[in-house]
Design a protein around this ligand. Structure first.
Ligand code: HEM
Length: 509
């Protein structure tokens, strides 16, 4: 009997901390050492999804948040529920899982990640609440908690990246994204600091240490107040959304797309140029947005050029793929990448310095922000979750049985119909809401929110299907047919939880 076990099954083996010396790690040990326990990413992902459901519900209950100019407390609160509650939470969970796998290393500390989860959830909930009642002092307090959590996350990731045996473009993109993320948090805290009053002249405010801290905050506030408030907000928003979210989508695609579609990077040079242009474009855009400079369109064009080169490479990888049929998770992801086209077009228009600041263009800014967050970032995440969640659950439930039983495929754990309806209704929702924003039509916004909600119900249906395997695993005994059979028990995919190895077990008797 010959049993070819997936190299991801034995996870207990741990590598000695510290940067491995090239040549000392065999492929087998590398892969075994990669996977993080499934409960860690799952708690991040499920919490993030709940925050997304609440965000969509918020649009339904208070459609005016999208039908008025976005510089008000309710939009800012709802935006942070999406960016911190949904996107950051899911992305952090996914990174704890995928970064070690994609870069063939091991997460530095799961314990730290568990603490970070608690700090993150308390902090983003408090921030959203305090934005909503516009209490900037407490936004600052909860924001500092969030910054602590992000610090732990970045530290954990940095230590993980430090162990990467072979540095590559994906590692560079992830590192750059983490730097932009940290700057976003600093910028957010600085903006909040500038909006606080420092009037207390007695009690705790006079205590040693506290007095110095208040002086420091006042200095930060006086620097930030020199900039135009809208410019500062837009610079902070682009730092986070483009620098962290979009750069991660681009960087991680160069690893996940080949993994999922059985293809290869077609031009390393093209991929490098895309990441480089995106970073230069972003850095220049942040400065020019902050200073309200006439150079805004130049850097916006550089960033858009980076994304165009990314699209070019993605197309080349797709054409060279060995798996002709794309599943709905990948389709959603590709549609999200396609949504970059209208979003980039809007970015170029809105970066024009002589743009009249009338009602139409201010609503167009809302459409730009909405499509950027919901059309590109959220949809790309939902697409990837369609793939990652079944794998995580499959891995948690079935990996101990590999080679000993017949196991379901990950594609059999979800309803394709629900995925298809989910994508269609999501796109309908995006279209309705975009038009309704421009027409300031609250009924239209509510109808669009219902479409998005329907899509999330379809997604939720699949999540329930996937999680039902924890309660009712579908394990069948291997058939015995006189030595002629070849049982192929596999997930039929390149697995992100198993280090990109085919999670397969073939038992030939
Ligand atoms: C400690 C963390 C953060 C703090 C304290 C913070 C603070 C703020 C503040 C005070 C504003 C309003 C600016 C103003 O009123 O002039 C704002 C807006 C914004 N922030 Fe943050 N932020 C944080 C993290 C983030 C992150 C991580 C992202 C994205 C990745 C983000 C994205 C945005 C966006 C998109 C807006 C604009 C909202 C709108 O258009 O209405 N923020 N932030």
């Amino acid at each position: 009997m010959e049993a070819a076990l997936p190299r991801s099954v034995a996870l207990e083996e741990r590598r000695v901390p510290g940067r491995p010396k090239p040549g000392l790690t065999s492929p087998g040990t590398t892969v075994r050492a990669t996977a993080t326990s499934v409960s860690l990413p799952l708690r991040f992902m499920l919490t993030g999804l709940m925050a997304f459901v609440v965000s969509v519900g918020w649009i339904f209950i208070k459609p005016s948040i999208l039908a008025t100019y976005h510089y008000n407390q309710y939009v800012i609160a709802a935006t942070h529920l999406v960016v911190l509650g949904f996107v950051c939470t899911v992305v952090m969970g996914a990174m704890y899982q995928l970064v070690p796998v994609a870069l063939e290393t091991k997460l530095y500390s799961e314990r730290l990640a568990k603490w970070q989860f608690i700090i993150h959830v308390i902090s983003f909930t408090g921030m959203v609440w305090m934005f909503n009642v516009w209490n900037m002092k407490h936004v600052g307090h909860f924001g500092s908690g969030l910054a602590l959590g992000v610090g732990l996350f970045v530290y954990n990731m940095a230590r993980t990246l430090w162990r990467v045996p072979k540095w590559n473009l994906v590692a560079t993109a992830i590192t750059a994204a983490l730097v932009w993320f940290s700057l976003t948090i600093f910028a957010g805290l600085a903006i909040a600091t500038a909006k606080c009053a420092y009037e207390a002249t007695e009690g705790l405010a006079t205590a040693d240490g506290v007095k110095e801290m208040i002086n420091g905050l006042q200095m930060v506030a006086s620097v930030v107040s020199r900039f135009d408030a809208i410019g500062a907000m837009h610079a902070h928003a682009h730092l986070g959304v483009v620098g962290f979210f979009v750069l991660l989508i681009v960087g991680v695609s160069y690893r996940l797309v080949p993994m999922f579609m059985l293809t290869e990077l077609q031009s390393k040079r093209r991929a490098t140029i895309s990441v480089l242009l995106l970073n230069i474009g972003l850095a220049g855009s942040v400065v020019t947005i902050l200073l309200r400079s006439d150079w805004k369109p130049v850097f916006a064009t550089v960033a858009v050029a980076g994304l165009a080169v990314f699209g070019w490479e993605l197309r080349a990888m797709l054409r060279a793929r060995k798996r002709p049929v794309l599943d709905w998770g990948l389709k959603s992801f590709l549609v999200a990448v396609g949504m970059l086209i209208p979003v980039c077009a809007l970015a170029l228009v809105l970066s024009w310095p002589r743009l009249p600041m009338n009602q139409f263009f201010s609503l167009l800014e809302n459409v730009y922000g909405f499509l950027g967050l919901f059309g590109v970032v959220a949809l790309a995440i939902l697409g990837m979750l369609h793939k990652i969640l079944p794998f995580l659950v499959w891995f948690g439930v079935y990996s101990p049985h590999v080679g000993r039983a017949q196991l379901p495929l990950t594609t059999q754990m979800v309803s394709e119909r629900a995925q298809r309806i989910g994508l269609i209704t999501y796109l309908v929702g995006l279209a309705i809401i975009s038009i309704a924003i421009l027409r300031e039509n609250e009924l239209g916004l509510r109808i669009g929110a219902v479409a998005l909600f329907t899509s999330l119900l379809c997604f939720g249906w699949n999540v329930v299907q996937v999680f039902s395997h924890f309660r009712r695993p579908q394990i069948k005994p291997l058939s015995t047919d006189g030595g002629k059979a070849r049982h192929s028990v596999r997930t039929d995919e390149e697995s992100p939880v198993s280090g990109g190895q085919r999670t397969a077990c073939s038992t030939t008797k």
